[in-house]
Ligand binder design. Structure first.
Ligand code: GRG
Length: 299
């Protein structure tokens, strides 16, 4: 008789979240000048799903590597993600008061320190990968650093944010522009999470292709779901202001497709993403379950 074990995603995520929280907590100590370290830690330790580090760790393990090999990169990915949220929330950008259920960094520390906290986290992320990665050939670590830099810079997050800012208040934003914004603002870093985990574990170029596709598909699905939740969820569920897109008359997937078609597209992307992992059999269980979780999440 064949018995299939049901994969317990919520247990997996909470175990991984605890590991990541502990590693992040160890990564940054508060020393002089205390204000900047406190501000960096305020946002870094404010919760969040820790999806990016978990994706990196899960991919590394799936490809045959260990948690230890990927943990410094996983922490760096969360530092980069957090710094992008701090800067995104600034008055000069999205001007948000709440993030992860807490006051935003600039509301607590002021705009000046919030900008510097972002800068501190971004630079430390790269230092952390370079200095802390162990038991990995240096060539792979170097490739990870290149991967991260490409995902964050003008060809990635920064470029996506620029096009987003330039599209604000425009009524003629096309779906191609919307897709550019999300592939760069959100997709690029998610792709870097999966690819860096794969690189650390020694994946070949050929192995990396389907993993890139997986990450791009879940990245887009993630963003579509985010747009839908902005309409259907409450601020309390989201831990940030809900309904902001409608209020700002922003182009979103539901504004092009409506809510039902947006959900259908997200489900299709998740199915496509999962199909990319066929070669990994049972070892892909965490990444398969994470893909499903993206469309099932309520916050
Ligand atoms: C990266 C150098 C540099 C500057 C920042 C502000 C900016 C440039 C980019 C914006 C990036 C941004 C805010 C993208 C949105 C990403 C997104 C979907 C965030 C929400 O992610 P979740 O739901 O949040 O994983 P938690 O809190 O769970 O981690």
């Amino acid at each position: 008789m064949i018995t299939t074990q049901v994969f317990d995603l919520s247990r997996y995520l909470s175990e991984r979240q605890s590991l990541v929280e502990a590693a992040l907590d160890r990564a940054i100590a508060v020393v002089y000048p205390e204000t900047i370290y406190e501000s960096m830690r305020y946002s870094l330790m404010a919760g969040g799903k820790r999806l990016r580090p978990i994706l990196c760790l899960a991919t590394c393990e799936m490809v045959g590597g260990t948690l230890e090999m990927a943990m410094p990169t996983a922490c760096a990915l969360e530092m980069i993600h957090t710094m992008s949220l701090i800067h995104d929330d600034l008055p000069a950008m999205d001007n948000d008061d709440y993030r992860r259920g807490k006051l935003t960094n600039h509301k607590v520390y002021g705009d000046d320190i919030a900008i510097l906290a972002g800068d501190g986290l971004l630079t430390y992320a790269f230092e952390y990968v370079a200095a802390q990665t162990q038991n990995v050939p240096a060539e792979r670590t170097l490739q990870v650093i290149v991967q991260l830099a490409q995902a964050v810079g003008a060809a990635g997050l920064v470029g996506g944010q620029v096009v987003d800012l330039e599209s604000e208040g425009k009524s003629d934003v096309t779906i191609e522009t919307l897709s550019y914004i999300h592939r760069h603002k959100t997709g690029a870093l998610l792709e870097a999470c999966v690819l860096s985990g794969a690189i650390l574990a020694g994946a070949s170029d050929a192995d990396r292709q389907p993993l890139s596709r997986y990450a791009q598909d879940i990245g887009l699905a993630f963003q579509i779901v985010d747009d839908v939740l902005d309409i259907t969820a409450t601020s309390a569920e989201l831990g940030k202001s809900a309904g902001k897109d409608l209020q700002a008359q922003k182009a979103t997937y539901p504004s092009f497709w409506g809510i039902e078609e947006s959900k259908r597209q997200a489900n299709q992307l998740v199915a496509d993403a999962k199909a990319q992992l066929a070669a990994y059999g049972d070892r892909a269980q965490p990444l398969l379950a994470i893909a499903d979780y993206i469309t099932a999440r309520t916050h």
